[in-house]
Design a protein around this ligand. Structure first.
Ligand code: ADP
Ligand code: MG
Length: 696
């Protein structure tokens, strides 16, 4: 194992490297540009580009790429070599400022939701100097934003940066009222990543995993996760070898990989990094997912990032831990020891409460996908209803504010383990509530609804913008106030009164909560097709336009892209289910039944009195189920064809949810029952047991 401090960020063009390689004036000019959001002067860009190339070549790079995040949810790259032209029979390497700053990939084959017709395929990538460039394999990766010819965002980074700027602006206004003139307020994000590792050879025999990332068939195995013997269990050598190499590579790329452990379901694991700015954390999470896939393959495994690869055991999520930090290192969501007196904290807390309540629909949209629909509300992940958990201590503070009474914190208790040899420490102010979609966890909020395969850009764009609006309104009122202290208390009081309904500290998985949430007027958007239209609701368009995060046109485009993605995903699943049922399961079961019948006939030939009732029953049952399955396949086929004919994207998505998915379930139900009866040597797919316990 390599030494962490020696390898950390060894492949990153960090601030330190830049400072060492650039002339002091250039370095200063660059820093100023980034801090004050100014355009970069061409000579500064040229010098940085030259330094970057020299550094990248010293790390073995021959190519550079503008690395961007189109609406596919994964990253995109097109490599250009540093080769310039020949001089005296020799080539020279070159990389100019304008190549660093601007790229022009053909944008026509990325989802654009109609923003860019193919005849105007031009797209631009624009260097994001707030996320470091790095060398991976033989290429210099330059993080970039991706826009159309007309400047409309075609990616996930552009709106994220816009939302971070809005949040920064209004958070600083508020802090100024508290006498703090900070240079920058940054949204910080730590995203915990769950994933499955399955043996590659076994997974390869499952076309459903190959095409859709999840199993579309599979009877329940005798053992699942009921013994809780996987959670935090000793890590198997093969998995550990993978994790070690993953950590090493992530560290070299400057990703602060911190925690690794086994998760609840068999073959499920988690990686958590230390938090960074929302922008860098998003880039780093994309790198993490990509490396997980690549290295799993190298270690003879497949990494599944789907939200629900297996029915009956837990799916995978991505917890988005979110807070606000000043450039002086103050965490604005840290309540300190006496939250009731910490008015600045209470204001920021009130802003988040208001934001989550007002834009619960947008938060729900930000986690909506065909994959995550199998997870949200399925007793393993938070429900599709957005609510907040604040814990006992803050709950009492909020109750006191709501009642207009005072509250004195009890202070933190010392933990007693009942043994003298064990060292003592202070108990946390709040216990955990694992069932809440949006939980306050000491000095940050943990948004637990995002799916494991998501880019975290989406949820953070919503959070940043919604909180920016609340801070903006608070600051506007307070800037006019005569008595600041009184007005702050008034705002906190009024906000809590108005938005208290979003706070729920009970069991979010219970049926009673669904009823109570409805009584409170909270939204319960059960599926993606139900949620997506909220993206273009008037109040939401107003929010985004006001803070310059999205135009109406950009939102409409995204609305279409999300629905289209949903429909395409379910359609691929439907076609895969049909193919597996028709070409594999049907014939396998037929063979099994034919062999059984032959067997029965030959038994009767030799032993006319023999009792073959059981064989006959099983053969008959299998035969009947096979017919049932094929009838369901016909229904599924008809449903898919009918879906193809629907031109309205909302209607089409609802049809996929209400008609195509249930038709797939019917096919599966018959197939899964056959799996429990059919001889294992006939069954054409590795079973759940074989998949889930494949990595020894
Ligand atoms: P758990 O939720 O499993 O108990 P931790 O308390 O270790 O985990 O934190 C989970 C994640 O929250 C980590 O990625 C961590 O870096 C991140 N985190 C901690 N503090 C902040 C913060 N101020 N802003 C954003 N993320 C944070
Ligand atoms: Mg967590």
């Amino acid at each position: 194992m390599k030494n962490i401090s020696e390898i950390f960020a060894s492949r990153v063009f960090t601030d330190d490297v830049m400072q060492k390689m650039l002339a002091p004036e250039t370095y200063e000019a660059f820093k100023r540009t980034v801090r004050d959001n100014l355009p970069l002067a061409p000579e500064v860009a040229n010098e940085i580009a030259k330094a970057m190339m020299t550094w990248a070549i010293s790390k073995g790079a021959t190519h550079y790429t503008h690395w961007f995040q189109p609406m596919t949810g994964i990253t995109a790259e097109k490599h250009d070599s540093f080769i310039s032209k020949k001089r005296n029979g020799k080539i020279i390497t070159d990389f100019k400022g304008k190549e660093l700053i601007k790229g022009e990939p053909d944008a026509s084959s990325f989802p654009s939701g109609g923003i860019r017709a193919t005849f105007e395929a031009r797209g631009y990538t624009d260097w994001d100097p707030t996320s470091y460039a790095f060398v991976k394999d033989d290429t210099l990766y330059i993080p970039t934003a991706f826009c159309s010819y007309t400047g409309e965002a075609l990616d996930k980074k552009t709106p994220l940066l816009r939302s971070m700027e809005a949040l920064d602006r209004h958070a600083r206004r508020l802090l100024r009222l508290f006498g703090k003139n900070v240079g920058k307020v940054t949204a910080t994000v730590g995203s915990e990543q769950e994933y499955f590792l399955i043996d590659k050879k076994i997974a390869a025999a499952r076309p459903d995993l190959t095409y859709t990332g999840r199993t579309l068939f599979g009877a329940k195995p005798p053992k699942g996760q009921e013994l809780d013997d996987q959670y935090f269990a000793t890590i198997k050598p093969r998995v550990l070898a993978f994790m070690q190499e993953l950590d090493e590579q992530l560290w070299e790329l400057g990703v602060l990989s911190k925690t690794r452990h086994n998760e609840v379901a068999p073959s499920q694991h988690e990686l958590a990094p230390i938090y960074e700015s929302a922008n860098v954390a998003t880039d780093h999470n994309q790198l993490t997912m990509e490396l997980m896939k690549k290295l799993a393959d190298k270690h003879g495994m497949v990494c599944l990032l789907h939200e629900k690869p297996f029915a009956g055991v837990n799916g995978s999520g991505k917890h988005n831990n979110w807070s606000l930090s000043t450039d002086e290192g103050e965490n604005l969501l840290d309540p300190g020891d006496t939250p009731m007196e910490n008015t600045q904290f209470l204001l920021f807390l009130a802003a988040v409460i208001r934001a989550v309540d007002d834009y619960q629909d947008l938060l729900r949209v930000s986690v909506a996908s065909a994959g995550n629909d199998h997870r949200l509300g399925a007793n393993e992940a938070p429900p599709a209803i957005v609510s907040m958990y604040v814990g006992d201590e803050l709950g009492r503070v909020i109750d006191a504010i709501d009642a207009g009474t005072s509250y004195r914190g009890k202070g933190r208790k010392e933990m007693a383990f009942g043994s003298m040899v064990l060292p003592k420490f202070k108990q946390d102010n709040s216990d955990r509530n694992r069932t809440s979609p949006f939980a306050f966890t000491g000095n940050k909020f943990e948004f637990r609804m995002p799916g494991s395969s998501f880019s975290v850009a989406g949820p953070n764009i919503i959070l940043n913008t919604a909180v920016a609006e609340a801070l903006d309104d608070f600051a506007t009122t307070l800037e006019k106030a005569d008595d600041l202290g009184k007005e702050v208390r008034n705002i906190v009081f009024k906000t809590i009164k108005a938005h208290k309904r979003i706070i729920f500290n009970g069991n979010g998985y219970s049926d009673e909560w669904v009823k109570e949430a409805e009584a409170r007027g909270l939204k319960n958007l059960r599926s993606t097709p139900e949620a997506i239209p909220c993206l273009v609701a008037d109040k939401n368009v107003r929010l985004f336009e006001k803070y310059g995060v999205y135009t109406r046109h950009e939102l409409e485009a995204r609305h279409d892209i999300f629905l289209e993605n949903y429909c395409k995903t379910v359609r691929i699943e439907a076609l895969t289910a049909k193919e597996i049922a028709t070409r594999k399961i049907f014939h396998a079961v037929n063979r099994c039944v034919a062999d059984m019948c032959e067997n029965i006939a030959s038994k009767h030939n030799v032993l006319p009195a023999v009792d073959t009732t059981i064989e006959e029953d099983v053969a008959a049952r299998l035969s009947a189920l096979n017919s049932t399955m094929m009838a369901a396949v016909s229904e599924l086929d008809a449903a898919t064809l009918a879906a193809d004919k629907i031109s309205d994207p909302r209607e089409q998505a609802l049809f996929y949810a209400d008609t195509v998915l249930p038709a797939m379930d019917k096919v599966r139900a018959a197939a899964d029952e056959m799996e429990t009866l059919c001889g294992s040597s006939y069954w054409p797919l590795p079973t759940y047991g074989e998949l889930l316990f494949s990595v020894k």
